[in-house]
Design a protein around this ligand. Structure first.
Ligand code: SAM
Length: 287
């Protein structure tokens, strides 16, 4: 019989997925966690009533959050992931040649446990010997790293959205970006998702303008993700050197969305996005 899962993208727009059956429902110290089997997008993870990832279209988001920065960096060996408990981003990062150390700092161990049970396509690389999983607040981990010698070449934030009172909200603040600067090695690259501009334009505006203020280079790119509100989904990058708008290396691994041409095109912003990001050239804003 099934039912419809409904997500409120905004007060005036709701998205619905036809659910065949619910596979898991639970509450951790941080959020409500649901796993459902949807008719059109396969198995999906929902956190605090927000669709996080589906087996059907997760490749788009994870390929673009991993391949764009990692193929723009000349030699990314140490990578830090904040969030990413479903495992999809770690899977993509570990495909990139030269990556020898990945630390995934996920605040909620129950997300990882549930993903291992119900999202095998996402979690296939979680036993890779190069991967270390820390279950703690990513903000605290980055702050500690900023005061240590163990820096990272690339830092990727794959967290829940900043809206509401979830654990992801501090990851969108200027103070966090300052800590990120301290945790990056020379020539490092930082990327975080900055959401769906039709529904939360202030996230993209606030983050891109603060990253442009604190980093020598700030560049925004986007892709189309069917199960995120409005389809258009953005990423904001801060760089200490590399220009992300063109890949320095090709992807010697199979991809279903990412290509070098898609990489370059992703930085071409339609005017309404450019306005949200502020004055820039080729999708890049230089401080
Ligand atoms: N792809 C999804 C998206 O675009 O919204 C993100 C999916 S992933 C499951 C989001 C993860 O971020 C969750 O598992 C959540 O527990 C984690 N998270 C949120 N805030 C965090 C924090 N401060 N430190 C570490 N992990 C955090």
């Amino acid at each position: 019989m099934g039912f419809w899962f409904e997500e409120a993208a905004s007060p005036g727009h709701r998205l619905q997925w036809k659910v065949i059956r619910e596979l898991y429902s639970g509450t951790s110290d941080f959020q409500n966690i649901h796993i459902v089997e949807t008719e059109e997008f396969g198995v999906a993870m929902i956190l605090d009533e927000i669709m996080q990832t589906t087996a059907g279209d997760e490749f788009i988001y994870h390929e673009m959050l991993a391949s764009v920065p990692l193929l723009s960096h000349p030699h990314p060996s140490r990578v830090l992931i904040i969030g990413g408990g479903d495992g999809g981003l770690a899977r993509e990062v570990l495909k990139v040649p030269g990556v020898d150390t990945v630390v995934m700092v996920e605040i909620d161990p129950l997300v990882i446990e549930v993903a291992r049970r119900f999202l095998p396509g996402h979690t296939q690389s979680l036993n890779d010997p190069r991967l270390t999983i820390q279950c703690e607040d990513g903000a605290a981990y980055v702050r500690a790293t900023a005061h240590s010698r163990d820096k990272f070449d690339v830092i990727l934030v794959d967290s829940t959205d900043p809206e509401g009172d979830g654990p992801g909200q501090f990851l969108y603040t200027p103070a966090f970006h300052t800590d990120i600067l301290g945790a990056l090695s020379p020539g490092g690259i930082y990327v975080q998702h900055t959401g769906a501009p039709f529904y939360n334009p202030e996230v993209l505006t606030d983050v891109s303008r603060d990253v442009a203020r604190q980093f020598p280079i700030c560049q925004v790119y986007w892709c189309a993700i069917p199960t995120y509100p409005g389809g258009i989904f953005t990423f904001t990058a801060g760089s200490l050197g590399p220009d992300l708008t063109h890949p320095q290396r090709t992807a010697p691994y199979p991809t279903r969305y990412y290509t070098p041409a898609i990489h370059a095109a992703a930085f071409v912003l339609p005017p309404f996005l450019q306005e949200l990001v502020g004055p820039s050239k080729d999708g890049g804003t230089r401080a």
